[in-house]
Design a protein around this ligand. Structure first.
Ligand code: NAD
Length: 499
């Protein structure tokens, strides 16, 4: 069986903690590799190497740092098929989805090529007699990121590209479910010209995460994953004096108004609800048709589409709509929640139970499920299921639909489908959710905007990518300077406000 490594100091390094996690092939249910789980000593070694390498990297001018990103983009294109194959083999998602995972990360790397512009400071000439004032954005030092299984290429790149282009060293602790692509990305960054020790991958679980949180040298921690872990990392990291941003779980509502185009709404729900087996933090998991007539018209369109979804292994190419979920435990959890929905009185209008794929009986495949008549108090409504299960909750008015989305504890993404500009505008203004789609079911902002939810979907002040990333990965220093030739005889130090 393949034994994976860490990537420390520019080399693949075997784990020495003696602890490992199995890396599964979700399509077959087989263990295909094992990944070492680092202990605090291994993490400390990586941090030490990062701390030694970082000052020289920060001293490289921003344009040269950006050129590494430029070269890296070329390598991502060159190795796209290899990366997508490795990603699908461990995650289970289809090859087009795996390529999308790489591309949405690559777009942030492209954005980082603009670092020289983003890192420029401000300058005030003659802020006082002979006094100039300027600010600079400096790297933090050693930074770290902890990432989830569901986007093993995109989310690491969203973190390490801005961190590194700002002059930091970065330690990535990827998900132990699909660690191969993060290791490949670290190798590619060095091939692109990054000095050794600036990007390191330390695999692990809670022990490695705690070793990050309690390491005094690490200045900042980024996290993406489930909400309970996000809360833990945010509170622990902040208490240790680190800069922390944590992005958590979601329950994204899509409101369908009576005037919506029902074919478009149904197509959108199928893609956003079931794509990637529902394992996206921006997946739509709740459909909220307004009025019973709207609900009936929507379901008439939706049910046949959901029933027609093709589920299979990524090796089937473009012939499948989605693949298996990530682990046997994830599958069991989804099945348990579906049963809870039935027990609590929701109507299962598309029943994906007992889904069986010939030749892949041990894979973690879950059939598509669609519920109607879901209510607020049900577990399937309150909980993030993270599987191919869409709940329909009928609202009798726009205000009731809006209230549902606003009252839910999560606030990552949402969408409204309508032809009415007033309703769309009102929704965009009033909703307390971070990313909003108007006739767009998965409104993931592009690289030059920022990504982040509200409420229990985000802990921290700054979003991912876009201008916020450059703020998160730098500190501002402001310098006030006066030179002897600028000091008039008998002149006092003064700036205008004090005169
Ligand atoms: P997870 O929380 O189980 O794991 C995320 C990371 O935390 C992994 O690296 C894991 O090793 C680590 N971890 C797990 N348990 C830990 C513990 N007890 N202490 C410290 N670290 C621990 O999440 P996941 O299952 O990998 O990913 C799915 C979740 O991520 C979903 O909730 C999804 O909504 C969320 N997600 C959110 C966003 C967003 O931007 N808001 C994006 C993608 C995924």
């Amino acid at each position: 069986m393949q034994e994976l490594t860490h990537y420390i100091g520019g080399a693949h390094v075997k784990g020495n903690s003696g602890r490992f996690a199995d890396v599964m092939n979700p399509a077959t249910g087989e263990v295909q590799a094992r990944v070492p789980l680092a202990n605090a000593d291994e993490m400390a070694k990586a941090v030490d190497i990062a701390a030694k390498a970082q000052p020289a990297w920060a001293a490289v001018n921003p344009q040269r740092r950006a050129r590494v990103m430029m070269a890296f983009v070329g390598m991502l294109h060159r190795d796209m098929d290899k990366l997508a194959d490795a990603l699908s083999r461990e995650h289970g998602k289809t090859l087009p989805d795996a390529k999308g995972d790489v591309i949405r990360g690559l777009e942030v790397v492209e954005y980082c090529i603009g670092a020289p512009q983003m890192l420029k400071g401000d300058y005030t000439d003659s802020a006082g007699p002979g006094i100039d004032m300027y600010s600079m954005k400096q790297a933090l030092g050693v930074t770290a990121g902890i990432t989830p299984f569901n986007f093993p290429a995109m989310i690491p790149m969203w973190m390490f590209a801005p961190a590194i282009v700002c002059g930091n060293a970065f330690i990535l602790k990827p998900s132990e479910r699909d660690p191969s692509v993060p290791l490949m990305l670290a190798e590619l960054m060095e091939e692109a010209g990054l000095p050794k020790g600036i990007l390191q991958v330390v695999n692990g679980d809670k022990e490695a995460v705690d070793a990050i949180l309690y390491n005094d040298t690490i200045q900042s921690v980024g996290f993406v994953g489930s909400t309970p872990i996000a809360e833990y990392i945010y509170s622990t990291g902040c208490a240790q004096g680190k800069r922390v941003q944590c992005f958590g779980g979601a329950k994204n509502h899509m409101i369908i108004m009576p005037d919506a185009d029902m074919d478009q709404a149904a197509d959108a729900l199928v893609g956003a609800g079931y794509g990637a087996a529902g394992e996206r933090c921006m997946a739509i998991s709740v459909a909220v048709p307004v009025g019973d007539d709207t609900a009936d018209r929507l379901l008439e369109k939706l049910v046949p589409r959901v029933e027609a979804l093709k589920v299979g292994p990524y090796t089937s190419g473009n012939d499948v709509d989605y693949g298996p979920v990530v682990t046997a435990a994830a599958k069991a959890n989804i099945e348990r929640l579906v049963q809870t929905g039935i027990d609590q009185g929701a109507k299962l209008v598309v029943d994906g139970r007992n889904f069986n794929l010939q030749g892949y009986e041990d894979g973690f495949f879950v059939g598509a499920h669609l519920f109607d008549n879901v209510t607020k108090d049900m577990d399937i409504y309150k909980t993030e299921i993270f599987g191919p299960v869409l709940s329909t909750i009928r609202a009798q008015s726009y205000e009731e639909a809006l209230g549902l989305a606003m009252d839910h504890e999560y606030g990552n993404g949402t969408a409204i489908f309508t032809r009415d500009g007033d309703t769309a505008r009102d929704f965009a203004n009033r909703i307390n959710i971070g990313m909003v789609g108007i006739n767009v079911p998965i409104p993931v902002p592009l690289a030059y905007h920022t990504f982040g939810g509200w409420k229990k979907s985000m802990f921290g002040d700054l979003n991912q990518h876009g201008p916020d990333a450059f703020k998160f990965y730098t500190r501002t220093k402001t310098i006030t300077s006066r030179w002897p030739s600028g000091i008039k005889e008998g002149g006092e130090f003064s700036i205008p406000l004090m005169e």
